[in-house]
Design a protein around this ligand. Structure first.
Ligand code: RIB
Ligand code: CA
Length: 309
């Protein structure tokens, strides 16, 4: 089977960790590299977390650190969700895993330019690394098949009333990506808030056994605490959606929209505005995931965790 060559750009992050587990377990994806950005926590912490997660699941792809802050703004982090380490709740050992001695955009460029077939990017954090990549090396866009991203909110935000965290942290980078002309699959909160792992799913995950399943259950238990306080019936698996769409697009319901990124609004910076007017003449720039077969999605995650033995 022809695997899809992908680069994952992440800010681990509890749900980023599950996205990495899902991606590396899939027969359909060939993860060529992992790059890291600041977001859920500082770059130093997200890089450390990425190393620990990858080493724990027995993978050591080329890894590079990217942006420690947004393109034009100061970094905002989400310790209240992911803890001081960015991966609180399920400690992992230190690793001897070294990142490349050059930045993320150069690793992305080398992989994309050097791959015989177009590469798919899976950003699951702020889009700063992609914004810098497309600005610094615009020629790479011709060998990028698609960007499958977690970010945005059509109906509402989470970081603010208007902005979802990944887009709200770096709206300017998001604007570059959405205006790039590269095909985009967008997994906004509208679908990720339906992609919930419930306490019963967590029980199934534990019962399936295996070291990665046990660790993932502990990790999600911690992450779920924040969402319980917000009144959620389960832990939203935001980032795994961007991976799952590539593996099993049939479990999603989507619509093609023209999506604009607000970068200037005093109250709306980071908003992802989809033009849903039925008479709109705007050319769509994103396939937007709006609904999901939740049980099928959860099965993907549980089976992926189990596959590590
Ligand atoms: O809004 C959810 C997104 O912000 C997810 O990617 C989560 O990991 C955080 O980065
Ligand atoms: Ca993330």
């Amino acid at each position: 089977m022809n695997k899809i060559p992908v680069i994952i750009d992440c800010d681990p992050g509890h749900d980023d960790a599950i996205a990495l587990i899902l991606a590396f377990a899939s027969e359909k994806l060939d993860v060529k590299a992992v790059t890291v950005t600041g977001g859920n926590q500082t770059l130093a912490k997200t890089l450390c977390n990425a190393k620990k997660i990858l080493a724990f699941i027995g993978k050591r792809p080329p890894l590079a650190a990217g942006a420690d802050k947004p393109m034009f703004r100061e970094l905002e982090t989400a310790a209240e969700v992911h803890g001081e380490s960015g991966l609180d709740g399920a400690a992992l050992p230190e690793t001897g895993y070294s990142e490349e001695p050059f930045p993320a955009v150069d690793l992305m460029r080398r992989v994309i330019a050097g791959n015989p077939q177009p590469v798919t990017l899976i950003p699951t954090g702020p889009l700063t690394n992609l914004g810098i990549l497309f600005t610094t090396y615009p020629e790479v866009k011709k060998n990028i098949a698609r960007v499958s991203l977690m970010g945005g909110g059509i109906e509402a935000g989470n970081w603010s009333a208007a902005a979802e965290f990944n887009i709200g942290v770096d709206p300017e980078a998001a604007e570059i990506v959405f205006a790039s002309g590269v095909p985009i699959t967008m997994c906004p909160l509208d679908v990720t808030h339906k992609a919930l792992m419930t306490p019963s799913d967590l029980e199934t995950l534990r019962k399936r056994g295996g070291r990665v399943s046990a660790w993932a259950a502990k990790l999600i238990d911690f992450y779920f605490q924040y969402y319980i306080r917000q009144g959620f019936a389960g832990a939203p698996m935001h980032d795994p959606c961007a991976v799952a769409w590539l593996i099993a697009p049939e479990i999603f319901k989507t619509a093609d929209y023209s999506v604009a990124i607000e970068t200037r609004g005093r109250h709306t910076a980071g908003m992802t505005l989809a033009d849903r007017r039925i008479w709109s003449r705007a050319k769509p720039n994103a396939t937007v995931c709006l609904d999901i077969d939740r049980p099928a999605f959860i099965r993907l995650i549980i089976d992926a965790c189990k596959s590590y033995g």
